[in-house]
Design a protein around this ligand. Structure first.
Ligand code: UTP
Length: 488
């Protein structure tokens, strides 16, 4: 271990070689512990790869070249005999369910939430998973998922381990939140937390890495795609292999409607080439029909024959608006960031020295220290670039990959923003609508307004029903009174 005085002299030439010496601007004025922290942090960054990243992603905006052959992705419809599509994509859903349930029962399935993001749009103090999301109870997102996992374990008499990806920004708060709530009844030995990596945040005009404080480089979590490496280096993949887990149900922390463990999706994902289902098992995805051409979601496409996600911002307007012969949007398969991923596929990627996912740039307002005044600046306009990797870029590395259609009202109510689109208000309304639909299917009368929306506020815990069929025969009120608020 070099002495304190020696450390800057080791780091200095490396920083000088990449033109980032300013990171030591305040070094001499720092307390010894801060000096050590700063040097440790700088040494942990992949300094040598920075110049290329900065010139390709920060000082210029990389332009995506559309693939030579672009077509809509093949989708397995939610209704497998879908007459509106001529039944041309008929598939054996019952067989998929049986296969998926067998995997769950055998303990071969784990839940995996990516919860390392900064949640800057929501502006909530603390990890997003702690956000009060339940439409009636305000229970936190993490609890909503925990109850689903618990209910799945009970239903199938099995263990569903839960892997939770955090980041250095929110790891301690996340783990203490779980402890504080006794893991909502889950056994701590089956919940495993691991941290993703970070990337330096960079001034978008100068290409200089920003300082968050005089003794701290500004960094951001390296994107949900950072999970592939993080799963490996944290020992989580090895833990899965030891437990006999073969497939992960990947979901994001902001969608309380997600069906965390979905037997039909899993059974499709491990398709065996029979019943109209291709052989797969590497990485599969769920989609919902886009709300309209302008909806800002990525779309599943066939790019030179491979299933991939084309980001909204990369899709030219003529493709966004294109219609098929039935008048439906041609590129209609909106990605909702729900995947089934095989442990074998992840291990193959993570242990391949050549493996890397591409970087994506996002312009952000990044607070930083002004080098001249030493003061912290909170910019009112975007000043920096965050570099992130996206998990859906791994789709291109699959031998084969399937896309399954789910219904928006059943499974997509994300909380991204404090108000407006995809906010807690819209998510809570969607939770009520789904609960109303499930209750009506079980014979309960639900009051509705003239526009068809439920005239009440409802929340259904997964411990009451994981799926609508579980409500049949349950003890339920005959009717919900107009204007009431009920959690079941
Ligand atoms: P978002 O793209 O919505 O980003 O993440 P975010 O950081 O949560 O929110 P904003 O953009 O700052 O408002 C989608 C999912 O991916 C996870 C998030 O926690 C969320 O579940 N994520 C995102 C990570 O786990 N790590 C990251 O580095 C980024």
């Amino acid at each position: 271990m070099p002495s304190l005085d020696q450390m800057p002299s080791q780091i200095k030439p490396r920083l000088a070689a990449i033109n980032q010496q300013h990171l030591l601007h305040f070094y001499a004025s720092l307390a010894p512990a801060q000096q050590i922290a700063l040097i440790d942090q700088i040494a942990s960054l992949d300094l040598e790869s920075l110049p290329k990243l900065i010139s390709e992603y920060v000082l210029t905006k990389p332009q995506l070249k559309l693939p030579a052959k672009l077509a809509p992705a093949r989708v397995y419809p939610n209704d497998p005999t879908d007459k509106a599509r001529g039944g041309e994509h008929a598939w054996d859903q019952a067989a998929a369910r049986v296969r998926g349930e067998a995997l769950i029962r055998a303990g071969k399935v784990a839940a995996f939430v990516v919860a390392g993001g900064q949640g800057s749009r929501l502006g909530f103090e603390g990890p997003k998973g702690c956000y009060p999301a339940g439409s009636v109870t305000n229970k936190p997102l993490f609890q909503i998922f925990a109850e689903q996992i618990l209910a799945t374990q009970r239903r199938y008499s099995t263990i569903v381990p839960w892997y939770v990806m955090t980041s250095p920004l929110n790891h301690d708060q996340t783990t203490s939140f779980f402890r504080q709530h006794n893991y909502w009844g889950l056994s701590p030995e089956h919940v495993r937390f691991f941290q993703q990596g970070v990337a330096p945040s960079i001034d978008m005009k100068t290409g200089k890495v920003l300082l968050a404080a005089k003794h701290e480089v500004a960094t951001n979590p390296d994107g949900h795609g950072g999970c592939v490496r993080a799963l490996h280096v944290s020992g989580s993949l090895a833990d899965m292999q030891k437990r006999g887990v073969e497939h992960l149900c990947y979901f994001q922390v902001d969608n309380p409607l997600v069906r965390v463990i979905d037997p039909i999706f899993l059974g499709l994902h491990v398709g065996d080439g029979k019943g109209g289902i291709a052989t797969s098992g590497e990485m599969s995805s769920k989609m919902v029909a886009k709300a309209g051409p302008e909806e800002k979601v990525g779309v599943f496409v066939l790019a030179d024959g491979k299933t991939e996600v084309l980001e909204y911002s990369d899709m030219p307007a003529d493709l966004q608006n294109a219609r098929d012969s039935r008048g439906n949007l041609l590129y209609n398969a909106g990605s909702i960031a729900i995947h089934a991923i095989s442990v074998e596929f992840l291990s193959r990627l993570a242990t391949d020295a050549r493996f890397t996912l591409p970087w994506h740039r996002a312009e952000k307002k990044i607070p930083h220290v002004n080098l001249e005044t030493g003061e912290t600046v909170s910019p009112s306009a975007n000043n920096g670039v965050k570099l992130e990797k996206f998990i859906f870029d791994a789709l291109a590395l699959c031998k084969q990959s399937l896309v399954y259609e789910t219904l928006r009202e059943e499974e997509f109510g994300p909380i991204k923003n404090a108000t407006g689109v995809d906010s807690v208000v819209t998510s809570k309304a969607l939770q009520t609508s789904r609960a109303a639909k499930w209750l009506e299917a079980a014979g309960v009368s639900v009051p509705r307004k003239t526009d068809g929306a439920p005239d009440c506020t409802l929340e259904l815990s997964a411990l009451t029903a994981l799926a609508p069929e579980e409500l049949r025969g349950a003890k339920l009120p005959k009717a919900i009174e107009r204007g009431t608020t009920i959690a079941l």
